[in-house]
Design a protein around this ligand. Structure first.
Ligand SMILES: *[C@@H]1O[C@H](CO)[C@@H](O)[C@H](O)[C@H]1NC(C)=O
Ligand SMILES: *[C@@H]1O[C@H](CO)[C@@H](O)[C@H](O)[C@H]1NC(C)=O
Ligand SMILES: *[C@@H]1O[C@H](CO)[C@@H](O)[C@H](O)[C@H]1NC(C)=O
Ligand SMILES: *[C@@H]1O[C@H](CO)[C@@H](O)[C@H](O)[C@H]1NC(C)=O
Ligand SMILES: *[C@@H]1O[C@H](CO)[C@@H](O)[C@H](O)[C@H]1NC(C)=O
Ligand SMILES: *[C@@H]1O[C@H](CO)[C@@H](O)[C@H](O)[C@H]1NC(C)=O
Ligand SMILES: *[C@@H]1O[C@H](CO)[C@@H](O)[C@H](O)[C@H]1NC(C)=O
Ligand SMILES: *[C@@H]1O[C@H](CO)[C@@H](O)[C@H](O)[C@H]1NC(C)=O
Length: 562
């Protein structure tokens, strides 16, 4: 982590305000210096990769960056969209190349390799300089992953008007590194299914704002779209249809696509709750299966949870998780662990019989189950990831390195930290993208979503990841993620419900503060987020509007007290 790194360059905060609408980087770099000179991209502009044996995914990333430079064609977000920049560009020099190189002694590994290293051991930092006189720009880093981040930044510097691609802020010098190693987006593909193309498009958008972890909540009680070679019946009986599945090769395609874009995939198979659908294949493994009323036994229909007290269920679950985890390059794997309903087991004969026979309590049984499943993951070289209940509601023996996701409330982070665990901030009261869409249960016309209200980008942006923690606990915070639970989402609303809101946490966990050291500030951020959003539109996404375009073209004119 480089949270307290100091860099040689003086940091100036320019943002989009001075001069209006010019430099709209997101996330804002650790340190940046800019001038006031216009600079055009030469028509023959090229990237020069000064790295012997450059990895194929770096070469592809460069080709992609070149494609965006040619096709973004984003007009500056000012009145006139750049009509008056032509004069400033008349005498401007043209930039003909950006030279990419690794620092001396740096290992030449692929982006994909660097992207899945253990948290805290990746190098995402980079340095970018763009002279005003047209001489070559340079991008250096200690890893290809750092070069990838720098390429992303370079792509955000340019605007288009009247046939020219240009910046008005040359010379530019940036040194940049993330404040936190885990910057995620969580997506549930069980409540509703998302075809491959939707996931790929989302991964692209994540990479544009330097989000580096796709937390894939791939199964739940409602459907099991994941095809597992050793347990083919799970998807056969558990997917919504044969078409609504992720085959092993689909998953590998997603993994490769993500890793090449600097994104690690944290796969989650939620257990022992959220597993009703497994009962379609193994009814003997599931308690309170489709029991009614469902609300007595589960937080969502249908009821049904693994009979974790039974040794054969622990054995099955450990094998299932290990078989899937073995196919994933990430060092992390999530076993879930949220919302376990104890009433489900009160009258469950096999569970009670097992507890009677062994003299174990339900907690003891969950402990054995968790030790078996986590033991199997650790044997595969994975770090277990769990939801907060596994440390706050149950007394379990967890591996020391276990990562805990805080979700119920931001106020629970301190309790998790008090137990000494590393944690990821996914607080529903700031970061849940599905809140505020109204009730999805039938027969409840006056109901609302459980986590009302809608979490605006600006509310999410005010989240302080270190709130209520002691300074000694700060290093336990690995980062955070915004999350979309898909009860009311699918391919049709994926872009607008996620973007550009999910960029809020991307900046909180990359930048943490403004380059000058001031706290992040929604007033300063809004014009830059407009820029993110308008550039996403240019690249084919469907992000929601944040304001009327009149406001987007006039920074601050629509502020509450303007
Ligand atoms: C462009 O410049 C002209 C001349 O200075 C000015 O009258 C006009 O308002 C400017 N247009 C915009 C959109 O700023
Ligand atoms: C690369 O690593 C060196 C030595 O650890 C460090 O001083 C430098 O800031 C790093 N970053 C870049 C972009 O060179
Ligand atoms: C499951 O049980 C079988 C047979 O007893 C055993 O060989 C295997 O190691 C167990 N698997 C796990 C993951 O515990
Ligand atoms: C478990 O033990 C209790 C107390 O001895 C008894 O009432 C109950 O019937 C037993 N349940 C099962 C399933 O064996
Ligand atoms: C949790 O379990 C440990 C080990 O079994 C035990 O020593 C401890 O007292 C338990 N704590 C609580 C709060 O039940
Ligand atoms: C920090 O604690 C205070 C007092 O309990 C609470 O009001 C506040 O919401 C907490 N901060 C966060 C981010 O949860
Ligand atoms: C893990 O071990 C470290 C070093 O001994 C300790 O500081 C930390 O509190 C432990 N974490 C947990 C969750 O026990
Ligand atoms: C936020 O930024 C704006 C514009 O840069 C500034 O006027 C305002 O004082 C800042 N607010 C805080 C709380 O720092």
């Amino acid at each position: 982590m480089a949270r307290s790194s100091t860099f040689g360059l003086l940091a100036f905060l320019i943002g989009c305000l001075l001069p209006s609408g010019v430099l709209c980087l997101w996330p804002i770099p650790t340190a940046l210096e800019t001038g006031t000179t216009g600079l055009k991209l030469a028509p023959y502009f090229n990237f020069e990769i000064d790295i012997p044996g450059a990895p194929a995914d770096l070469v592809e990333a460069v080709a992609q960056a070149k494609y965006y430079l040619e096709t973004d064609k984003l007009g500056r977000l000012v009145v006139g969209r750049g009509v008056n920049d032509t004069a400033a560009l008349r005498t401007a020099q043209s930039l003909s190349s950006l030279k990419l190189s690794l620092t001396q002694g740096a290992a030449v590994e692929s982006i994909s390799y660097e992207s899945v290293k253990a948290l805290g051991t990746r190098s995402e930092e980079y340095a970018l300089t763009i002279p005003e006189d047209g001489s070559a720009a340079t991008l250096t880093a200690n890893s290809t992953l750092g070069l990838y981040r720098g390429l992303t930044t370079f792509g955000q510097l340019w605007y288009y008007y009247g046939g020219e691609t240009y910046t008005l802020l040359a010379p530019i010098a940036i040194t940049d590194a993330p404040a936190y190693p885990f910057r995620g987006l969580a997506l549930d593909t069980s409540r509703n299914f998302y075809p491959m193309e939707d996931l790929l498009r989302t991964l692209d958008a994540m990479s544009w704002v330097k989000i580096n972890t796709f937390h894939w909540h791939i199964t739940d009680s409602q459907s099991f779209p994941l095809e597992v070679a050793q347990y083919p019946q799970l998807a056969m009986n558990g997917a919504y249809s044969p078409e609504e599945t992720y085959s092993a090769s689909d998953v590998q395609y997603i993994v490769a696509y993500a890793n090449a874009r600097g994104i690690d995939i944290l796969l989650e198979i939620d257990t022992p709750g959220h597993t009703a659908i497994i009962g379609e294949t193994y009814p003997e493994y599931v308690a309170c299966f489709y029991e009614s009323p469902w609300a007595t036994y589960a937080n969502e229909p249908p009821a049904g949870q693994l009979r974790f007290a039974l040794p054969e269920v622990a054995n099955f679950t450990a094998s299932l998780l290990a078989d899937v985890a073995r196919t994933m390059p990430s060092t992390m794997f999530s076993t879930g662990g949220d919302e376990l309903n104890t009433a489900c087991y009160t009258n469950d004969y096999p569970t009670q019989q097992e507890l009677n026979a062994t003299g174990m309590t339900l907690n003891d049984a969950l402990n054995s189950f968790t030790m078996a499943t986590h033991g199997a993951l650790v044997a595969e070289g994975k770090t277990p990831v769990v939801w907060e209940e596994m440390v706050l509601d149950w007394n379990l023996t967890l591996y020391n390195q276990t990562i805990v996701m805080v979700w119920i409330s931001s106020e629970d982070a301190a309790a998790v930290a008090d137990k000494g665990f590393r944690l990821v901030q996914v607080p529903s009261n700031y970061f849940y993208l599905d809140c505020g869409a109204g009730e999805w249960l039938g027969d409840d016309p006056t109901g609302n979503s459980w986590c009302d209200p809608f979490k605006t980008w600006s509310n999410a942006y005010t989240f302080d990841p270190l709130a209520n923690l002691t300074e000694a606990q700060y290093p336990l915070v690995l980062g955070g993620a915004q999350a979309l639970w898909s009860e009311q989402s699918g391919p049709q609303n994926l872009d607008p419900i996620v973007w550009p809101r999910a960029a809020s946490s991307a900046e909180i966990f990359w930048s943490a503060k403004q380059p000058g050291g001031a706290a992040l500030n929604v007033t300063e951020a809004l014009p830059r987020l407009h820029d993110v959003r308008y550039r996403m539109v240019q690249r084919g996404l469907m992000p929601i509007q944040l304001q009327p375009q009149w406001c987007a073209l006039r920074p601050d004119a629509c502020d509450l007290y303007a």
